[in-house]
Design a protein around this ligand. Structure first.
Ligand SMILES: NC(=O)c1ccc[n+]([C@@H]2O[C@H](COP(=O)([O-])OP(=O)(O)OC[C@H]3O[C@@H](n4cnc5c(N)ncnc54)[C@H](OP(=O)(O)O)[C@@H]3O)[C@@H](O)[C@H]2O)c1
Length: 303
């Protein structure tokens, strides 16, 4: 697949992601030609970042329509809630490409453009865009979910991802909410789990910065082990060892913080036991012992 040439690229929405992608696309040799944002300052910031030396600065447009008129491929990089209304608010033309970068929003949000004869698609980097420079520097190697019913645009977006040194993969139609929610397990929910650990260490009188300092190397080594050995073979802990006695101690200690804390620990450990069985780490008998321990009723008087 050679992919459709994306031609002059425009951005509507010059926020964290819009600015970072515009810089990355321009550095990869793509023509970032026009930008509009709710405030002129954001649009100017994008244009300045794309071309700091003002050699061929993108047009800073006062209205989204001017970006649509000036470009072949338009990235709508406004907040998720405004993607659909933005797509409806301008006049598209046949042969144009319109792309959004939201993980959880279906491509149907761009149907106004599709009805006008434009190709539509999604380009979602599995990446955190906070500070623009940091985000651009960390883009190489990041996965990008590409979706389009139009083969040429799909291939063009795959090429674009390759050209910014990212790793594209294709998403099936209608799957974005599940895809996006699941990705949270590798992102923001890891933060939540780290916070649980820090809170419990707080009960031991260990300050949170000291707790985080001590727990981060463990998190790093967990990630490295997953990379080198995979999930099941790389798993450590009570479930992977079939250690029901230690699990009972854990449940009692964690349960002292409350029923919700115990329930969370037990529910996650149930999933660990399932993974340990599936990957041949423990026998069915060991799994039964772990499940029996997990199913023991929680009684407040135990604590
Ligand atoms: N941030 C991330 O980590 C991340 C990761 C993957 C995907 N995404 C996706 O990227 C897209 C943009 O997110 P973001 O994080 O970049 O958000 P953001 O920093 O809040 O930027 C959104 C930009 O859209 C502009 N905007 C809002 N309404 C507008 C309108 N009606 N007309 C023109 N411009 C408008 C805002 O303009 P002003 O600044 O001018 O007010 C703002 O700069 C979303 O679809 C999001 O899901 C974000």
């Amino acid at each position: 697949m050679s992919g459709m040439p994306l031609g002059r690229i425009g951005f509507i929405g010059a926020g964290r992601l819009g600015q970072a992608l515009a810089v990355a696309f321009a550095r990869a040799g793509y023509a970032v030609s026009a930008v509009n944002s709710r405030t002129a300052a954001s649009a100017q910031a994008l244009a300045q970042r794309v071309d700091p030396h003002a050699r061929q600065r993108p047009l800073v447009a006062g209205h989204p329509q001017a970006v649509v008129d000036a470009c072949d491929t338009v990235f709508i990089t406004v907040n998720d809630d405004h993607i659909e209304s933005m797509a409806r608010s301008v006049a598209w033309r046949e042969g144009q490409a319109v792309v959004h970068c939201s993980g959880a929003t279906e491509i149907e949000a761009l149907q106004a453009a599709r009805h006008a004869g434009a190709d539509t698609g999604g380009f979602h980097p599995l990446h955190t865009f906070g500070d623009v420079d940091t985000a651009v520097a960390a883009l190489p190697g990041c996965a990008v979910a590409v979706e389009s019913a139009d083969e040429g645009l799909r291939a063009g977006l795959m090429n674009l991802a390759h050209h910014i040194d990212a790793r594209p993969f294709e998403l099936p139609r209608g799957s974005r909410a599940l895809y996006h929610a699941s990705a949270h397990y590798a992102g923001s929910l890891v933060v939540t789990l780290m916070n649980e650990a820090v809170q419990h260490w707080g009960r031991l009188g260990i300050p949170s910065d000291q707790a985080l300092d001590a727990l981060l190397p463990l998190l790093r080594s967990t990630v490295r082990t997953i990379e080198s050995r995979g999930l099941g073979p790389g798993m450590a802990g009570v479930a992977a060892r079939g250690d029901a006695v230690t699990l009972a101690r854990h449940l009692q200690a964690i349960g002292a913080a409350g029923l919700v804390e115990r329930q969370l620990y037990a529910d996650l450990t149930r999933r660990s036991v399932a993974l340990a069985i599936d990957s041949g780490r423990i026998s069915p008998e060991q799994a039964q012992a772990l499940y029996a321990t997990l199913n023991m009723a929680w009684r407040p008087e135990d604590h």
